[in-house]
Design a protein around this ligand. Structure first.
Ligand code: 5GP
Length: 186
């Protein structure tokens, strides 16, 4: 992402770690921060709005867009596809925004390959038990999906050293401040 006014930030962490909540608070502190809305083939959860949380698309729409080169990156995660549309990203960067790509590790590694200098943050739980508790108490997934996501979380945590910064989400306000400091130190 060169010749752009804005800044791109890779932002990952396992399902249930609280990365969305951190980002929500961060946006209150810094209105220039925004999140790229991804395409996904996953079914919407209760309360999720098309075009706000995700663009909910069919597999056919997703694979057509892959063929058109419409994604900066994409990955399959727990049987669903997720991808970052390029067009909207360029618009936001042209506006000078700090754009967070809240994406899983496989897609993040693709972006790191393209842009080796990119700012990257991995959010960790204080321990695995806390992650498991948070994921279950959220109540948005059935047991099989929770198990699958926990397995994936173990795998993803193993990749944390690939990111420039690791932030532990033990105390929400402390984690928000850490992320704020990271993006403003550049
Ligand atoms: P969820 O189904 O919980 O909303 O998301 C599952 C995982 O997919 C999360 O780790 C989330 O950050 C990631 N994700 C969301 N959008 C994208 C995307 O555009 N690309 C990739 N690679 N991962 C994404």
């Amino acid at each position: 992402m060169t010749n752009q006014k804005g800044k791109l930030v890779l932002y990952s962490g396992s399902s249930g770690v609280g990365k969305g909540t951190i980002l929500q608070k961060l946006r209150e502190l810094d209105p220039n921060v925004c999140v790229s809305v991804s395409d996904t083939t996953r079914e919407p959860r209760e309360g999720e709005v098309n075009g706000v949380h995700y663009n909910f698309v069919t597999r056919k729409e997703f694979t057509d867009k892959i063929a058109d080169g419409g994604y900066l990156e994409y990955a399959e995660y727990c049987h669903n596809f997720y991808g970052t549309p390029i067009s909207q990203l360029n618009e936001l960067l042209d506006q000078g925004k700090t754009v967070f790509l809240e994406i899983e590790v496989e897609g993040a590694l693709q972006v790191m390959k393209k842009y080796p200098g990119i700012l990257s943050i991995f959010v960790l739980p204080p321990n695995f038990e806390t992650l498991e508790r948070r994921l279950r108490s959220r109540g948005t997934e059935d047991e099989e999906t929770v198990e699958r996501r926990l397995e994936k979380a173990k795998e993803e945590i193993g990749c944390r050293s690939r990111y420039k910064h690791n932030v532990i989400n033990n105390d929400l306000d402390v984690a928000v401040k850490e992320v704020y400091d990271i993006i403003h130190a550049q």
